[in-house]
Design a protein around this ligand. Structure first.
Ligand SMILES: Nc1ncnc2c1ncn2[C@@H]1O[C@H](COP(=O)(O)OP(=O)(O)OP(=O)(O)O)[C@@H](O)[C@H]1O
Length: 267
C-alpha cells in the first residue's frame, strides 16, 4: 500500500460559498485534503458543518467557489461514473427489479464497449458481491431497507468507480442491520481495494471502517480540524475491537474532538 498514489484525490484550498436569497453563505473554507488510492476515509462532524457539501464537491455535483479538486491528476469538472455516490436513501427506481436497477448503471458506463451478455454478467457479479443473488428479480418494495442499501452499493460498485463516495449510507438503518452492512462493506472493500470517502455521524462506524478520520469544525466556514490516523490492523472484527485499548483510544480522540473541542450549541 505504501507505494500507491499518495494523492489520488487531491483537494487544494477549496472554498464553498452558497449564494442564497438571504446573501452569501460561506460553508467551507481552506479545505486541504489528499486521499491515497485504496484508502478508506470518513468525514465526521456536527450536523450542518459541511460534510455532504465536501462529498458533493468530490462527486462533482458542486463546483468549489475557489480552490481545486483533482482525482487521478485530473480536475473534477462534474459528476462521473468514476466517482460513484451512494446516498442514505438508496434512490432506487421502484418499478425496476434489483437486477434492472444495477443494470441501468452498468449499461450507462459499459454499453459502448461490452456485449449485453457481459453487462449482465457484471450486474450479476455486483449483486453476488453484496449477497443479493436470490433477490435479483425482486422490486425495491419487496425487500428490506438494508437490502435496498445493498442494491445501492452494488449499483455503485458495478460501475467500477475509481472512488466510492458514501453519504451516511447506513444512517437510516437499525443498529443490527447497520453493523451487518458495515462488516460486509469491510469485506467488499478489502476484495475490491476501493478508495472510499464516507460521511458518517457515528463514531464507532468511523473507527471501525477508516484508515483516517477527517474531523470537521463547526460551520459556518467549517474546515478540517484534525485528522486521526487509525492504525488498527485489518481485517477488523468488531467483537475483538471492542476490547482493544487502541480502539478505545481512537474512539475517545474523536469523542473529545466532537464533544469537548467542537461543542455544538443547541439551536
Ligand atoms: N445549496 C445550498 N444552498 C445554501 N446553503 C446550503 C446549501 N447546501 C448546504 N448548505 C448549507 O451549508 C452548510 C453545510 O451543509 P451540509 O449539508 O454539507 O452539512 P452536513 O455536515 O452534511 O450536515 P448533516 O450532518 O446535518 O447532513 C449548512 O449550513 C447548510 O445549510
Amino acid at each position: 500500500m505504501a507505494l500507491r498514489d499518495e494523492k489520488f484525490i487531491d483537494i487544494h484550498q477549496a472554498e464553498m460559498v452558497f449564494h442564497t436569497r438571504k446573501g452569501d453563505f460561506h460553508a467551507l473554507r481552506e479545505i486541504n485534503l489528499t486521499v491515497r488510492k485504496g484508502e478508506f476515509v470518513t468525514l465526521i462532524g456536527h450536523s450542518g458543518c459541511g460534510k455532504s457539501t465536501l462529498l458533493n464537491l468530490i462527486a462533482g455535483l458542486l463546483q468549489p467557489s475557489d480552490g481545486v479538486l483533482l482525482c487521478a491528476n485530473r480536475e473534477i469538472a462534474g459528476p462521473s461514473p468514476e466517482r460513484a455516490v451512494v446516498f442514505q436513501n438508496h434512490s432506487l427506481l421502484p418499478w425496476l427489479s434489483c437486477f434492472e436497477n444495477v443494470f441501468l448503471g452498468v449499461e450507462r458506463v459499459f454499453s459502448a464497449t461490452e456485449s449485453k451478455a457481459a453487462l449482465k454478467e457484471r450486474t450479476n457479479a455486483a449483486l453476488a458481491l453484496v449477497g443479493l443473488t436470490p433477490s435479483a428479480q425482486k422490486r425495491p418494495n419487496e425487500i428490506s431497507g438494508g437490502m435496498k442499501q445493498r442494491v445501492g452499493i452494488a449499483r455503485a460498485l458495478a460501475m467500477e468507480p475509481k472512488v466510492l463516495l458514501m453519504d451516511e449510507p447506513f444512517g437510516a438503518l437499525d443498529a443490527l442491520t447497520r453493523a451487518h452492512l458495515q462488516d460486509e462493506l469491510l469485506k467488499i472493500v478489502a476484495k475490491t481495494e476501493s478508495t472510499v470517502v464516507m460521511v458518517t455521524h457515528d463514531v464507532d462506524e468511523a473507527v471501525l471502517l477508516s484508515d483516517r478520520i477527517v474531523m470537521m469544525t463547526n460551520g459556518p466556514a467549517a474546515t478540517i480540524g484534525e485528522i486521526v490516523d487509525v492504525r488498527l490492523p485489518r481485517p477488523r472484527e468488531r467483537v475483538m475491537l471492542a476490547q482493544d485499548p487502541f480502539y478505545a483510544k481512537y474512539r475517545t480522540t474523536v469523542l473529545e474532538f466532537l464533544y469537548r473541542k467542537q461543542i455544538r450549541v443547541a439551536a
